[in-house]
Design a protein around this ligand. Structure first.
Ligand code: ADP
Length: 494
C-alpha cells in the first residue's frame, strides 16, 4: 500500500496558535499519521502568535523564513505573500506558515473584544487559496486535503470547480458546527468563485455566504469528532440549521473520536506541576492539590473536595448550570476553581461569584496553559456540563490526571465517560437541567467520601487510553474511502 499524501489546513495548530480543541487535533493527529507512514504536511496562517512562539519558545524547532513566494488570487487581484517553514515539535511533519501581514499580524486569532475581525472572509479565503497555491509552488500534489471547520470550507469548493487545482479528494472535519463562517453577500468577490454558478449556489445561503455549508456540500467525506455528535448533528436540536444537509450526506458522514497526546498530558512528566505522580503512586497528586489551593488563596485542606473547570467561557459550556448549583456546592464545604476566558457576560458572572465566595472559589479569567495543567492535576473533579460537546478534550485530559469528570451525556462526553459497567470513570447526567447536574455532583461527593471507591475510580480513570493511534487508523481508512469516492465521482462525470 502506498503512503498517502495528506495536506492539513487549519486555522489553529498547537503549539503555535490555539483557541480551542481544534488546535490540539491539528497539532497531534498529523504526527500519529506520520507514525503510520503517511506523508503529511500542515498549513497555518503566520499569525503574530507564531512569530511570538519562535521568539520565545525555549527550544523551538528549526524555522526557515521565505521557503516560497506565492501569488494568491484574492478577489480581482493576486496578492503576494511569503511562506515560512518549520516542523511540528518532536516530529518531522512539515508545517508551512502563510505570511500576509495585513491579514494575520494582529493581537488575536479571530477578533477582539468579543467581535470577529470584519475581514474574516478575506483572511480565511486567503488561507484556502494560499494552501492550494503553496502545493503548486512546492510541486507537491496531495492526494487528500484534510480541511478543518469553517475556515477551510472553501477548499472543497475550489477542488471541485476550479480546473486548475490538482485532482485530489477532500475530507472535511466538523469540530464545532455552531461556528459556520457567515458573511454578507458582498464578500463573494473575495472568494473568487463568482465564475462558477454552481459554486456560488453552494456558497450562498439566504443571500449570505456560509463557508461551512460550502465545505459540507462539496467534500468527498465528512466527519466529526465523536460518533454521538455525528448522530446529534443530524437533528434540529444540534444541527444548527444544517441537519437536513448532514442527514442527506449521512452515507459519507462519520464520527472519529479525538485523542490526546500522552507525551504532553502526562502527570509523571508534566513540567508545569509542582510534583509528579502516576497510577499506583499518587502522593504527588496531593501535593498538586495543596499547591493549587495555595495558588488560588484557598484554605489548604486535603479533605475538602476541589472542583475544577478549564474552559472557553461560552454558552455551549453549560456555565448557567454551574452558576445554578454553586450555592449548594459551597454550602457543602467544597472548593471551586475556574480558568477561562470568553464572552463578557460570563466574565461578569464569575467575577461576582469570586466576590461572593472568596474563601471557597478561585476564578482566573485568562488563557493560561501552565495553569490549566495545574488545575487538571490539583482538582478532585472536573466539571463539563456542556449543552453540546463535539468531542471535548478536557474530560480526556482530566482522566489522564486522575481527576474525575462530571459531564452531561452529549457528543464526545457521552462516548468517553461512563458511570456504569465494570470500569466507571466519572459521573454522567442526561437532561440539561440544574437538578440533574446537582444529583450527579451528589453522587460524586458520595464516592469521594468512600476512600476505597474513590481510589478505584481514580485508578479506572487513569487506565483509559484515548491516544491518537486508534483515531489515526480510522482517519487513514477515511482518506482511502474519500479517494475512492473522488475517483468514482470523476468516472461518473466522464
Ligand atoms: P473547545 O474546543 O470547545 O474549546 P475542548 O474541550 O475540545 O473545547 O478543548 C479545549 C482545550 O483548550 C483544552 O485543551 C483546554 O485545556 C484548553 N483551554 C480552554 N480554555 C483554556 C484557558 N483559559 N487556558 C488554558 N487552556 C484552556
Amino acid at each position: 500500500m502506498n503512503s498517502l499524501k495528506v495536506l492539513f489546513v487549519a486555522a489553529e495548530v498547537v503549539p503555535f496558535a490555539k483557541a480551542g480543541g481544534l488546535a490540539d487535533v491539528a497539532g497531534s493527529l498529523p504526527k500519529a499519521l506520520q507514525a503510520r507512514g503517511l506523508e503529511v504536511r500542515v498549513v497555518l496562517p503566520y499569525y503574530r502568535h507564531v512569530k511570538r512562539y519562535f521568539a520565545q519558545a525555549p527550544e523551538p524547532p528549526e524555522f526557515r523564513p521565505q521557503v516560497a513566494a506565492l501569488k494568491v488570487p484574492l478577489g480581482e487581484s493576486k496578492v503576494s505573500g511569503m511562506v515560512h517553514w518549520s516542523e511540528l515539535p518532536a516530529s518531522q511533519v512539515p508545517i508551512y506558515f502563510l505570511e500576509n501581514e495585513a491579514l494575520y499580524d494582529r493581537p488575536e486569532l479571530y477578533g477582539e473584544r468579543g467581535r470577529d475581525y470584519p475581514d474574516s472572509a478575506e483572511r480565511f479565503a486567503y488561507l484556502c487559496r494560499g494552501a492550494l497555491e503553496l502545493c503548486a509552488a512546492l510541486n507537491w500534489e496531495p492526494e487528500v486535503v484534510h480541511c478543518h471547520d469553517w475556515h477551510t470550507g472553501l477548499i472543497p469548493l475550489y477542488l471541485r470547480y476550479d480546473e486548475n487545482t490538482p485532482f485530489c479528494a477532500s475530507v472535511y472535519t466538523i469540530h464545532n458546527l455552531a461556528y459556520q463562517g457567515w458573511f454578507a453577500g458582498e464578500h463573494l468577490t473575495v472568494t473568487g468563485v463568482s465564475r462558477w454558478p454552481k459554486a456560488v449556489e453552494d456558497l450562498l445561503w439566504d443571500g449570505r455566504l456560509n463557508f461551512m455549508r460550502a465545505g459540507l456540500l462539496n467534500a468527498d467525506c465528512l466527519n466529526t469528532v465523536s460518533k454521538r455528535y455525528a448522530e446529534e448533528i443530524q437533528t434540529p436540536r444540534f444541527g444548527c440549521g444544517l441537519e437536513d444537509l448532514l442527514h442527506q450526506r449521512r452515507e459519507v458522514l462519520f464520527g472519529i473520536l479525538n485523542g490526546i497526546d500522552y507525551a504532553r498530558w502526562n502527570p509523571a512528566t508534566d513540567p508545569y506541576l509542582p510534583a509528579h505522580y502516576r497510577p499506583g503512586k499518587l502522593e504527588g497528586k496531593k501535593v498538586c492539590k495543596q499547591a493549587l489551593q495555595e495558588e488560588f488563596g484557598l484554605p489548604v485542606r486535603a479533605e475538602v473536595p476541589l472542583f475544577g473547570m478549564v474552559t472557553r467561557l461560552a454558552t455551549q459550556k453549560g456555565l448557567d448550570l454551574v452558576a445554578a448549583v454553586l450555592d449548594r456546592l459551597v454550602a457543602r464545604g467544597a472548593q471551586f476553581v475556574l480558568l477561562g476566558t470568553g464572552e463578557p457576560q460570563f466574565h461578569e458572572m464569575f467575577s461576582q461569584i469570586a466576590q461572593r465566595y472568596p474563601r471557597q472559589t478561585g476564578i482566573r479569567l485568562a488563557y493560561d496553559a501552565p495553569l490549566a495543567n495545574r488545575i487538571y492535576a490539583g482538582s478532585d473533579f472536573l466539571l463539563m456540563p456542556s449543552q453540546y460537546e463535539p468531542c471535548g478534550l478536557g474530560q480526556l485530559i482530566s482522566l489522564a490526571y486522575g481527576t474525575i469528570p462530571i459531564v452531561r451525556a452529549t457528543g464526545g462526553l457521552a462516548d468517553t465517560i461512563t458511570e456504569q459497567g465494570n470500569r466507571p470513570n466519572g459521573f454522567v447526567f442526561e437532561e440539561y437541567d440544574p437538578e440533574a447536574f446537582w444529583r450527579a455532583i451528589e453522587r460524586g461527593l458520595a464516592a469521594y467520601q468512600d476512600r476505597k471507591r474513590w481510589e478505584q475510580l481514580m485508578a479506572n480513570a487513569m487506565s483509559y487510553d484515548f491516544s491518537w493511534e486508534a483515531s489515526a487508523v480510522e482517519y487513514e481508512r477515511l482518506y482511502r474511502y474519500a479517494l475512492e469516492r473522488r475517483a468514482g465521482s470523476l468516472k461518473s462525470q466522464i
